[in-house]
Ligand binder design. Structure first.
Ligand SMILES: Nc1ncnc2c1ncn2[C@@H]1O[C@H](COP(=O)(O)OP(=O)(O)O)[C@@H](O)[C@H]1O
Ligand SMILES: [Mg+2]
Length: 249
């Protein structure tokens, strides 16, 4: 199987603070990798360095056979970013647009925007996928937090990205909604066969979504395994994730 994502020896410091310390990881094509780590360990910094929202100090990032850190700014970088989808914690929708307009927006502003018919079809398809077919005319203010998250996910998926990045997709949601969103992420991965990298401290989200889990500690990957393998591991540091994951880590 091919590696869709490969990170090698990625480092990033802010002044004297070494956040990423030669971190390496990979994600196979079609796989969902969950990166677990406590608050402040550098999970968001890792994602941002991988998609060039932050400039790392050293290392290599290869995504879909592109040497990401070497892509020239401008059109090439824009083209690369269109192959990659994100769902960030904020995941804000445009408040003044209906759900339909929010979903159409990223498609319409592409240089090679699809035909109108295709846009309409894709809006219907992603909305059906996230279970919100009847919300096209709704404004974001009329939706619950969980529904907004679903629409934000639909808006990323409508671009049909080959790779999806999720930064804390369940943070700020109640436990039932968190579980629903995690299950939805799993379903969408199966529906669109997307390679996914999910960053979280939510063990329940990891259990539902992950094919494989890595745990981050002091700027590197400390442990790797499936959910069940990690659960069986009696290292107290690992077990703390299972017992603390409902608390704010
Ligand atoms: N742009 C920045 N400038 C300086 N420090 C930063 C910046 N972004 C993140 N940090 C620091 O890096 C550390 C890791 O942050 P972050 O990746 O957001 O953690 P988390 O694992 O919770 O996502 C934190 O100590 C944070 O203060
Ligand atoms: Mg973060």
């Amino acid at each position: 199987m091919n590696r869709a994502i490969e990170v090698r020896d990625l480092s990033k410091s802010f002044g004297e603070k070494h956040i990423l310390n030669r971190i390496s990881l990979h994600v196979q094509e079609g796989e969902t990798l969950v990166v677990l780590g406590r608050s402040g360990v550098g999970k968001s910094v890792l994602i941002k360095c991988m998609i060039r929202l932050l400039e790392p100090d050293n290392g290599e990032v290869n995504i879909l056979n592109e040497d990401v850190l070497k892509i020239p700014d401008g059109r090439d970088l824009d083209k690369f970013r269109r192959k990659v989808g994100f769902l960030f914690q904020s995941g804000a929708l445009y408040d003044s647009m209906t759900v339909r307009e929010n979903l159409r927006f990223p498609l319409e502003r592409q240089p090679d925007a699809p035909e109108e018919e295709e846009i309409v079809r894709r809006v219907e398809d992603v909305l059906e996928g996230v279970g919100l077919s009847d919300t096209q005319e709704k404004m974001p203010a009329e939706l619950s937090g969980g529904m907004k998250k679903r629409i934000a996910l639909a808006r990323s998926l409508i671009m049909q990205p080959e790779v999806m990045f999720y930064d804390e997709p369940t943070t700020g949601l109640d436990p039932i909604t968190s579980t629903e969103i995690s299950e939805l992420i799993r379903e969408m991965k199966e529906r669109y066969e997307t390679t996914s990298l999910i960053i979280t401290h939510d063990m329940e989200c990891a259990r539902i979504t992950a094919d494989r889990i890595v745990m981050m500690k002091e700027g590197r990957i400390a442990v790797e395994g499936t959910y069940n393998e990690l659960k069986e591991n009696d290292d107290p540091w690992i077990q703390a994730f299972f017992s603390d994951s409902k608390k704010e880590l």
